[in-house]
Design a protein. Structure first.
Length: 283
């Protein structure tokens, strides 16, 4: 992989200071702009011109309005559906007070960032810190399917969640009677090529599925069969290292299509943690 361009998030929006915590977690592309969600802000998204120029007037922290429930604390992913003309955002997990278990939450908003729907996913996460990390949407014969990428292998935390080669995507559809997203099946990522310890985001572009691993500092790309929902083929690509071969892209979180042309993607990163290598500081 070759880096084309890179800009710190705080430089994209006027009035945001360098020391403000902008924990980038997901990105979607629509109408000449990138829409970036943060995992520490639940009522706003960053809107940034695809030029990635610093502080143009059209860039902003855009409020999400029309809430019927309290907004979440933040998001782990965002996806724009051209077919539906809506954004879909996902909350990693929250404690469902009705049953006292951790579940993911999917929020859909229109182009004006007005909430359209806000519903839980009927799937229990044993570890609340290892829930959903990525979201994509597909429409088949008029039915909406939301694909949700689990952070841990086998959709669990702990040691089992770090067992490479067990990446999973939850295939869900909406149940009108229960007003929830219900898991219809589980899509297995290839054990031989997508053998990561963790999974931080995904992006479905037609039949091409991209998956990012933060801990591995790599991207996997393969084909998703539109009829069987099975993943076919695939290869992984490493983010650029230093001249000494040290990982420098240590917190990659979000992925979407790029304005730079074919075979390019745009990504966002989280903040660098204090225990990470010095090489991570600039990315």
């Amino acid at each position: 992989m070759i880096e084309k361009e890179e800009v710190p998030l705080y430089r994209l929006v006027s009035g945001v200071k360098k020391d403000e915590r902008l924990e980038g977690s997901g990105v979607a592309a629509y109408n000449g702009f990138y829409y970036i969600v943060l995992d520490n802000v639940g009522d706003q998204v960053i809107r940034a011109n695809m030029s990635l120029d610093e502080n143009p007037p059209e860039n902003a922290l855009v409020p999400i309005t029309g809430w019927k429930k309290p907004p979440p604390e933040g998001y782990e992913g965002i996806y724009y559906s051209n077919e539906l003309g809506m954004f879909f955002l996902v909350v990693e997990s929250f404690l469902d007070p009705v049953v006292n278990i951790s579940k993911a939450r999917v929020v859909s908003v229109d182009k004006q960032m007005q909430v359209v729907s806000d519903n839980v996913v009927e799937f229990e996460f044993k570890d609340p810190n290892k829930g959903v990390e990525g979201i994509s949407v597909a429409v088949r014969s008029g039915e909406i399917f939301v694909l949700l990428l689990c952070e841990g292998n086998l959709c669990v935390g702990g040691g089992d969640g770090k067992d490479p080669g067990n990446g999973r995507v939850l295939l869900t559809s909406y149940d009108d009677a229960f007003e929830k997203w219900v898991v219809r099946s589980t899509i297995a990522l290839p054990a031989d090529t997508a053998d990561f310890e963790d999974y931080s985001d995904m992006y479905l572009d037609g039949t091409t599925l991209y998956v990012v691993s933060q801990s591995e500092s790599k991207i996997w790309a393969g084909q998703l069969d539109p009829d069987t929902w099975e993943v076919q083929g695939g290869a992984k690509f490493r983010f650029p290292r230093t001249e000494a071969g040290v990982t420098q892209y240590c917190t990659m979180e979000g992925i979407t299509r790029s304005q730079l042309g074919k075979n390019t993607v745009t990504l966002v990163s989280d903040i660098v943690k204090s225990d990470m290598k010095k090489a991570c500081d600039e990315h």
